[in-house]
Design a protein around this ligand. Structure first.
Ligand code: NOJ
Ligand code: CA
Length: 694
């Protein structure tokens, strides 16, 4: 793509630069993806700064993008470098997902490792490892052990992503504390993240500068879809992307904290992978497993103690305000009787689990006060909640308890009790926990996405694994594909979930929210969104200002569109009563052999088909944003020659997210691999389809 640059790269390899002694005779600093669709070039700029470019055919995706670091008490590392060697390798392997969107994942890429060293003392050195896939690029810095450079106190990572135009962007602000922002859609040049500061409904939020949280998704003028994120975030700060709007460029903006550095690591160490997904079709972004492939293989072994499941909860009633977490409220939700009521509903409806929030003491002091250390103890139930009896009853009914550990953003208190808390779970055969980190962090000065908290979240995962516990974190660190290595990372929040519809002061999640989430947040990993609310107006508990801004058909479709191995069925049992649509929730699977994205555009609509794990059943979910949609697609993924019955749960003709959200029809259709299915989605609507062999 740039011949002069390539020839120059070879000359670097010939050791023509001063001080470069051990360079090989020929150095090919190019790599390409297995099909050749993506091409990478690595080189040094005139200033001796490492740089790379990425192209897709004739389209330059990333133009000269430089690499480097700044440190506390040491010179920046980035200029005056030479390249001392390179190595290339091709990998093509397949690994199994214990649970997931698909059973098998192909990991197929070309790797280029380039070694760099300073020309003058102290001659610090590092490698950059690039992996070029058909669906994108990942690269990371690797710092080997070296004399005179024992500890890196990183103040800034200067990794550039130099875009080539004023792309259309689906973004949320680069917040050091929260991912619970609405998504915005604008030209790159028009992004104003600062305007999203201090949202009144986000319990802890710090928008540092004009930056993105990742994943952030873009569309180029040529129609190529890009999404930027990071993989394997380990012992490092989370990365935002800081905008340089004059140059259509972005730079890694790592999260800070109370120290004068942002990341502190002893050498040797590797950074997380910086990654960009590249796709012709928006749906290919969702089908890509790049973020998982950039992580290490499974380290836990057999995790069959965790079963993907749907679950109910003593939960939505708190968000509606009819019940409360704290006993002192006089309307305590987590009573033995109420838990049993939900367990009965779960057992009757093929729902495998129950979450009971507010079961433990401390909720009187959990929110809005600075001193929250020691508030929760994770083992002491309120007096009206008989822990042993609820556990016994759940077991009798075949329903698994999902434990709840709200930490109120006091992670030190939680860390002190991990063993006692998980031992209690182990005693009762409880294998999943929902954790929570609501509020500004203590110690003050730390942020949810800084290195200190990244390490806390990891400590929880490793501890939980020892007790055969799977974790669903709320107010989490973002997903970076680590579920491949630690499959007890089952799901997380890390977005504006359904709960905002109950109490947000800004009108809640509007119809374009979930069609955007599917192409942004969902690229990172499973989401505990809590779909499936049937009482969409939330009357009589909520006024006109709070509604679920979708149709009921869309609530059903979300069980397929939004992937998670645990899916909540959150509404009150009485709100499902008399609704034939509940049958879809009973039937829908939570673990999959295959996933196909049939169509979609970020923010507008998306249709996803998934094949149930170990079965011939397929489920389809299709959702749209503000606009009504007629979508047609072939069912050519079905087994040839096999007859199936499709049950279609669709918006009624006059359904509308605002005017008439609960109007739906159910119809049946005989289908096979030759059928072309037509779905009609209302504004803010959706359709859910189950397809089972006859
Ligand atoms: C925030 C979580 O997102 C929500 O689901 C939970 O009910 C509250 N924290 C209390 O833990
Ligand atoms: Ca939350």
């Amino acid at each position: 793509m740039n011949p002069t640059r390539f020839i120059w790269a070879i000359f670097v390899g010939l050791g023509l630069l001063a001080g470069c002694q051990s360079a090989p005779q020929e150095m090919d600093l190019r790599a390409q993806s297995p099909s050749g669709n993506l091409k990478l070039e690595v080189f040094l700029t005139d200033a001796g700064q490492p740089a790379y470019t990425l192209a897709k055919g004739s389209e330059v995706i990333l133009d000269t993008s430089t690499l480097g670091f700044e440190f506390l008490g040491a010179e920046p590392l980035g200029t005056d470098l030479v390249s001392t060697g390179s190595a290339k390798e091709s990998v093509d392997e397949t690994w199994d997902m214990p649970w997931g969107e698909q059973a098998k994942v192909r990991n197929h890429f070309e790797q280029l490792r380039v070694s760099f060293q300073e020309q003058k003392a102290p001659k610090r050195k590092f490698d950059v490892v690039f992996k070029v896939y058909d669906d994108g690029l990942g690269f990371r810095y690797e710092f080997p052990k070296q004399a005179g450079f024992e500890t890196a106190e990183i103040t800034e990572e200067r990794t550039q992503f130099n875009l080539t135009g004023d792309h259309e962007v689906w973004w949320q602000p680069g917040d050091w504390d929260s991912y619970e922002h609405l998504y915005n859609r604008s030209k790159f040049s028009e992004v104003d993240a600062i305007s999203k500061r201090d949202h009144p409904n986000i319990a802890a939020t710090y928008v540092h500068t004009n930056a993105f949280n990742t994943p952030v998704t873009m569309k180029t003028e040529a129609g190529t879809y890009l999404s930027f994120h990071e993989a394997n975030l380990t012992d490092y700060s989370g990365m935002t992307l800081v905008l340089d709007q004059n140059n259509f460029s972005m730079e890694s903006g790592i999260v800070g904290g109370p120290n004068p550095y942002k990341v502190k690591r002893d050498l040797p160490f590797n950074t997380p992978w910086r990654m960009v997904q590249v796709a012709d079709r928006a749906g290919d972004l969702i089908e890509s497993r790049l973020v998982n492939n950039l992580n290490e293989p499974d380290k836990l072994g057999d995790v069959s103690w965790f079963t993907p499941m749907k679950y109910v909860g003593v939960w939505w009633e708190m968000h509606l305000g009819t019940k409360a977490w704290e006993l002192a409220s006089g309307k305590h939700g987590a009573t033995t009787a109420n838990a049993k009521r939900h367990i009965d509903f779960a057992a009757e409806n093929n729902i495998g689990g129950i979450l009971i929030e507010g079961w433990n003491t401390g909720w009187e002091r959990w929110f809005g006060i600075p001193d929250r250390e020691g508030v929760f103890d994770f083992i002491t139930p309120y007096p009206d909640y008989d822990f042993d009896e609820v556990a016994r009853y759940a077991k009798e009914k075949g329903v698994q308890i999902i434990m709840h550990h709200e930490t109120s953003a006091a992670p030190r208190t939680y860390e002190q009790q991990l063993d006692t808390a998980y031992a209690l779970m182990q005693k009762h055969g409880i294998h999943a926990v929902k954790t929570g980190y609501v509020g500004p962090l203590i110690p003050e000065g730390e942020y949810h996405h800084g290195q200190w908290m990244v390490n806390h979240y990891r400590k929880v995962i490793l501890h939980a694994a020892e007790y055969e516990v799977a974790v669903n974190a709320h107010e989490p660190i973002k997903a970076t594909g680590l579920r491949r290595t630690y499959p007890n990372i089952i799901s997380r929040e890390g977005l504006r979930g359904q709960e905002y519809n109950a109490w947000a002061s800004d009108g809640g999640n509007m119809p374009d929210h979930l069609p955007t989430v599917a192409f942004t947040r969902m690229l990172a990993g499973p989401i505990d969104y809590t779909p499936g609310i049937f009482n969409l107006t939330m009357e009589p508990f909520k006024g006109d200002e709070n509604n679920i801004n979708t149709t009921l058909g869309q609530q059903l479709a979300l069980y397929v569109v939004i992937y998670s191995p645990i899916q909540m069925v959150p509404d009150l049992p009485e709100h499902y009563a008399g609704h034939p649509a509940l049958q879809f929730i009973r039937d829908v699977a939570v673990d999959w052999d295959a996933t196909k994205v049939l169509n979609g555009e970020p923010g507008d609509f998306v249709t996803i088909a998934r094949k149930q794990k170990g079965s011939d059943n397929w489920f389809i979910g299709s959702i749209t944003g503000y606009d009504a949609k007629t979508l047609t697609f072939p069912l050519d993924f079905l087994d040839k020659g096999k007859a199936y019955e499709a049950i279609i749960y669709e918006d009624a003709k006059d359904a509308h997210w605002k005017e008439n959200p609960t109007a739906y029809n159910i119809r049946k259709q005989e289908v096979d691999a030759n059928t072309v299915m037509e779905l009609n989605l209302a504004p803010g609507g959706g359709t859910a389809v189950s397809i089972m062999p006859k």
